[in-house]
Ligand binder design. Structure first.
Ligand SMILES: [Zn+2]
Length: 236
């Protein structure tokens, strides 16, 4: 019941925003600002969107030859747009195809520096809530399904489990993966705030790779993630 109530709330908020946009088209941008400022939204958190990898570190390469970093950025930008539309505050660790390292002359050193910078951004953000976006890969092409990893910080496990269940219900009822603590994942080991790392799917699986490339599936993923985050922020 809780899920139904919260998705209804999400639909309502979404509906109001669509009305705001329509009003904006008719009345000008001022109307959108006025309406969205008056939405009953909990601005308790700064949502940090972290598209994994970037620049010289492309992450995994899909079975169709596309770098993971590209999918991560596309999905994170869509999430950024969606949260803005709904009136939430966000910041992104990167908005283009770059590494955010500040030190190092070799690629390996730069990768370490890049990860440290991401951790720093997260831990220095007051009331930060992290969503790190990645894609999975495995040598066997038939592996599939989104999976959520979480750090050992307050609320993260519950948030990850709720998001994993929403992913199963809304994207792939056959997905029986479970949310796991991200042991050995540097970003999650060092994180001091609540957050999740979302492996949206396996880009080594031709079916899932093809889906992950589409606007429609990327938007569906974003809607599910945003819904879980809004549930958490509304009732942490
Ligand atoms: Zn990755």
């Amino acid at each position: 019941m809780k899920g139904r109530k919260s998705s209804l709330w999400f639909c309502c908020a979404y509906g109001v925003t669509i009305l705001a946009l329509l009003a904006g088209i008719i009345l000008g941008n001022r109307a959108v600002t006025v309406i969205s400022e008056n939405l009953p939204i909990h601005r308790s958190h700064m949502i940090i969107l972290d598209p994994g990898h970037g620049g010289t570190d492309g992450g995994a390469t899909s079975c169709s030859g596309v770098l993971e970093s590209k999918y991560n950025l596309e999905i994170a930008i869509r999430l950024d747009d969606l949260f803005h539309l709904l009136g939430y505050d966000t910041k992104m660790t990167r908005r283009s195809d770059v590494s955010i390292h500040t030190q190092g002359s070799t690629i390996a050193q730069q990768k370490v520096s890049d990860l440290r910078e991401r951790v720093k951004i997260c831990n220095e953000t007051e009331n930060g809530l992290l969503i790190s976006i990645h894609q999975n890969m495995y040598p066997e092409a038939n592996c599939s399904g989104a999976q959520i990893f979480y750090p050992d910080t307050p609320g993260s496990r519950e948030l990850a489990k709720a998001l994993q269940e929403k992913m199963r219900l809304n994207l792939d009822p056959e997905n029986n993966r479970t949310a796991q603590q991200g042991r050995g994942i540097y970003l999650l080991e060092e994180l001091q705030i609540t957050g999740v790392l979302v492996e949206c799917g396996f880009i080594s699986n031709p079916r899932e790779d093809a889906l992950l490339k589409t606007d429609r599936y990327q938007k569906q993923i974003c809607a599910v993630i945003a819904s879980a985050m809004i549930d958490y922020m509304t009732n942490p």
